[in-house]
Design a protein around this ligand. Structure first.
Ligand SMILES: [Zn+2]
Length: 307
């Protein structure tokens, strides 16, 4: 991690990337992406932290300089471009570019018919989470996430995407049976994410110790991870055919995500937490996120948007 990030809390960095929708602030910019689909982006300071450096503003307090209001997200090329053209790209101009970018992200998040509603939608989503934390209906959560795709933005590391629910990802026989239907498919840039959801009430771990101080994943957690990997396999196998019927579908390196459980409420002991973290960190190309982690992120995003 570069030196210029020193002293900036991780929560601010994450909120800055989320608020930017995981995109460079320059419109239509297509930054290079890594093999796993992550776009190459950098955090840039609008007014630099040290006197004598680029766009330094003595009128800012140290807190303002290190705050989210002084950060703009750029790809490495545009970052170098603005730094080499300080007359053209003053702090004032960069702030204007940043504001226009936020408006674009917000429009993409909330739909063209209701721009300016992101903060309220995120706050509403948090309220629904607090009221339904014990709701064990998979259909409820499926409909909730289908209606509020912005909630999934954190599971996808803040990337801007288009979401489809109940997606067919191949696997049907010529008799049109045995098709694979995924909960959500998110398309972004040159890649896709496959998302399988359970509920906050789904267990993360088996109820009793496996042996010693080790807990096994629950049947639902192990089952849903294999399920989403099976969908991924099916998508890759059937990609030429699916892409033919789905304009714009590209899947260089599909990411798989399972959203399940409530870490804070379920995991009581250090042994349980360690077993769970060891299990999820061992999985390649697959991300396990719990509902409480998802909504902790939404809380952070909602406060970033309220600024
Ligand atoms: Zn760029």
């Amino acid at each position: 991690m570069a030196n210029y990030r020193r002293g900036i809390p991780a929560s601010i960095i994450k909120a800055a990337f989320s608020k930017a929708g995981g995109r460079c602030a320059f419109p239509e910019c297509q930054p290079l992406v890594l093999d796993n689909g992550t776009p190459l982006l950098e955090l840039a300071f609008i007014s630099s932290l040290a006197p004598g450096s680029l766009r330094y503003d003595p009128g800012l307090t140290p807190e303002e300089r290190a705050g989210i209001g002084n950060i703009i997200i750029l790809c490495p090329t545009h970052h170098a471009y603005v730094d080499k053209n300080p007359e053209k790209y003053s702090a004032k101009t960069l702030r204007a570019i940043r504001e226009t970018h936020f408006e674009r992200v917000e429009t993409a998040l909330s739909g063209v018919e209701s721009p300016g509603t992101t903060s309220r939608r995120l706050t509403d989503a948090l309220k629904i989470w607090e009221d339904n934390r014990d709701n064990s209906s998979e259909q409820f959560w499926q409909e909730f996430l289908a209606e509020r795709p912005e909630v999934l933005i954190l599971a996808l590391d803040g990337r801007a995407y288009t979401l489809s629910s109940r997606c067919y990802v191949g696997g049907k026989s010529i008799h049109n049976s045995g098709g694979n239907e995924l909960d959500f498919l998110a398309q972004y840039g040159g890649n896709v994410a496959l998302i399988e959801i359970k509920t906050p009430k789904s267990d993360l771990l088996a109820p009793t110790k496996y042996r010693g101080n080790v807990y096994a994943p629950s049947r639902e957690l192990a089952g849903s991870t294999v399920q989403v990997l099976e969908y991924r396999n099916s998508l890759l196998t059937n990609l030429p055919n699916l892409a033919f019927h789905t304009p714009g579908l590209r899947a260089a390196h599909p990411l798989s995500v399972v959203i399940i459980g409530d870490l804070e409420r379920e995991i009581a002991s250090e042994d349980q937490r360690r077993s769970f973290e060891l299990y999820r960190s061992s999985l390649r190309d697959l991300k396990i996120m719990t509902y409480d982690e998802l909504f902790d992120g939404i809380r952070m995003l909602a406060s970033a948007w309220a600024d």
